[in-house]
Design a protein around this ligand. Structure first.
Ligand code: PMP
Length: 424
């Protein structure tokens, strides 16, 4: 029996499904999880000693590659002074200042511990600021697992909140409205039906949780306009796109200024971190200045801040990283498109720089319903073959692939060889 199997048989006795986050269970590709032991640069190693080129990168944060020496050193140094104080520290100020300097739409920022917390808090602030209750999200966009955001669309385009998980009271989702990604008319319709009641639109500016789905630029511009016309706030959930599309994320990439922005894992360089920020007058709603309560014992943890600051400074000071990373992504995915064409498979590849998905459907994928047309069983076979060929891909059709600055030309060659063998 492999060590992964052995550990898994123990894990399921003590942890629901044997994992601490569902996608790690590999359930949607009919496999058991791979247990990881260590990672370095572009490579990740499982407990059985198998080496993989990693296309998950901890779901984004390891943008410099795994176990970067500079980050590790900063973490060790911070640990020497103590792991947590539950009190104000200078390093939190340094982090806040750095984010505000890098991202033009952020005047003030509050650190939290996950993307889920960041989004949950940003929505509370948006409601407090606008004194309105309803929010619009897009079907297929994921914003963490807080009650009010676990909402799927019902039939049709515009559906009032239906809980997507057991244990979420109907009351928690009744103010969550769902619209269709890339479809402004679905948003306009909701504003018309709920006049004067919508506090905010929240969106993944590039959707990465129904697979990667790109926004039409006019769509994002349209959302900004609709929010302005209706005194609603525009929230960009940049948990995936922040510091990845470019140093200042999607807002800079698309030239659109959201009112609030949420970040996650990438600003902790792999440590558990999230943050939300935006316009000063809005952020001054947050306690202890304003009436919107939000708190966290471990928020701004000094070890996490040391890791995150080191990563963000490297990203800020080396814009070439993004040029290279986006070029590597564009090259890799255009080569994959060629393989698909050569084999006559007709699958769809969506990519924006280093972020991508291969959809096992011949149709253009621009929203949830077109993404859902993908053949998940074909994806499962492909993923299984990729692991066997030494490439660690996301174990779900509806997740993104991430490249890091540590991926070499040789890695890209090997990925292409594996794709060639695995795509059928
Ligand atoms: N927002 C987006 C866009 C995400 O992709 C995720 C998770 N990947 C979250 C929020 C939630 O973040 P976390 O898992 O850190 O709670």
């Amino acid at each position: 029996m492999s060590k992964s199997k052995e550990i898994f048989s123990e894990a399921i006795k003590y942890i629901p499904g044997g994992v601490n986050s569902p996608v790690r269970a590999f359930g949607s590709i009919n496999r058991e999880p791979i247990f990881i032991k260590k990672a370095k640069g572009s490579k990740i190693y499982d407990v059985d000693g198998n080496e993989y080129i990693d296309l998950i990168c901890s779901w984004g944060p390891m943008i410099l590659g795994h176990n970067d020496e500079r980050i590790k050193e900063a973490v060790f140094k911070a640990c020497e002074d103590g792991l947590s104080f539950g009190a104000a520290t200078e390093i939190e100020v340094e982090m806040a200042k750095l984010i505000c300097e890098i991202v033009p739409c952020v005047d003030m920022v509050r650190m939290v511990n996950s993307g889920t917390e960041a989004v949950m808090s940003a929505i509370r602030v948006a409601r407090g600021f606008t004194k309105k209750d309803k929010i619009i999200k897009f079907t297929g966009c994921y914003h963490g697992h807080s009650d009010g955001l676990l909402v799927k669309a019902g039939s049709g385009v515009m559906t009032a909140g239906v809980p997507d998980s057991a244990g979420v009271p109907k009351g928690c989702t009744k103010d969550t409205l769902s619209a269709t990604y890339n479809d402004l008319s679905s948003v306009k319709e909701l504003f018309k039906e709920n006049e004067g009641q919508i506090a905010a639109i929240i969106i993944e500016p590039v959707a990465a949780n129904m697979g990667v789905v790109l926004p039409e630029k006019s769509f994002l511009e349209g959302l900004r306009k609709i929010c302005d016309e209706n005194d609603a706030l525009l929230i960009f959930d940049e948990v995936i796109t922040g510091f990845r599309l470019g140093v200042a994320g999607a807002s800079q990439y698309f030239g659109i200024k959201p009112d609030l922005v949420t970040y996650g894992k990438i600003i902790g360089a792999g440590m558990p971190v999230g943050a939300y920020g935006g316009r000063k007058e809005i952020m001054e709603m947050v306690s202890p200045v304003g009436a919107v309560y939000q708190a966290g014992t471990l928020s701004g943890n000094p070890v996490a801040m040391a890791a995150g600051i080191t990563q963000l400074k490297i990203l800020k000071e080396s814009p070439d990283i993004y040029t290279e990373l986006n070029k590597a992504g564009d090259t890799l995915y255009s080569e994959i498109k060629k393989i698909i064409e050569r084999k006559g498979l007709g699958y769809t590849v969506n990519n924006i720089g280093s972020l991508a998905s291969i959809f096992f459907t011949g149709e253009e994928v621009k929203d949830y319903s077109s993404a859902k047309k993908a053949d998940t069983q074909k994806f499962a076979k492909y993923a299984d073959s990729m692991y066997k060929n030494g490439i660690y891909v996301a174990p779900s059709q509806f997740e993104a692939m991430f490249l890091s600055a540590s991926h070499t030309d040789d890695d890209l060659e090997k990925i292409l060889e594996a794709v060639e063998k695995s795509l059928v």
